[in-house]
Design a binder for this molecule. Sequence first.
Ligand code: SF4
Length: 187
Amino acid sequence: MKIMLHACCGPCLLEPYDALAAEHEVRVLYANPNIHPADEYQRRRDTLLAYAAESSIPLDVLPYEPNEWSAAVAGVEDDPSQRCPRCFELRLGIAARHAKAEGFDAVATTLTVSPYQDPEAIREAGESACFDAGVAFLVTDFRDRYADATRRSRELGMYRQNYCGCRFSQKEAEAEREERRRRRREG
Ligand code: SF4
């Protein structure tokens, strides 16, 4: 099968790419309008580009369109249970239309390597987006490879972000870190 693999960042690409490329023709796509701010988007993209170039991995990069993401999550920004599914569907929809235009059979995503993402929400979003575009969605679960992805990305000296991507997750992650610091101070 020809698979367009949506990638959120370099560290998350490592294991899913190897697993899929062992059995399929795979091209990687970086399309993540959720990432904020722009220099963070560029840093994640450039980390991915460098690894793809070193490893001779085919990679497409689409233009950064953060306004598309803002429109997709309008009204549910403060509720991750609604915001994240919309974010998945937007990104996987972009990947699905790109896959169709490029003559690919299916879309997969590196998002399922993360234990912090909801695989069922990713599956629902991917199937809906791919149905609309007329390609298949390859359901994956790479979470058992997360430890290897973490180890390899550290060994490679890759940039590893400390929040999911959007401006809300940046604030939520900082609040969680502050809460952990407060608990440590209080013993
Ligand atoms: S937390 Fe992550 S998945 Fe959820 S909306 Fe923000 S960037 Fe998207």
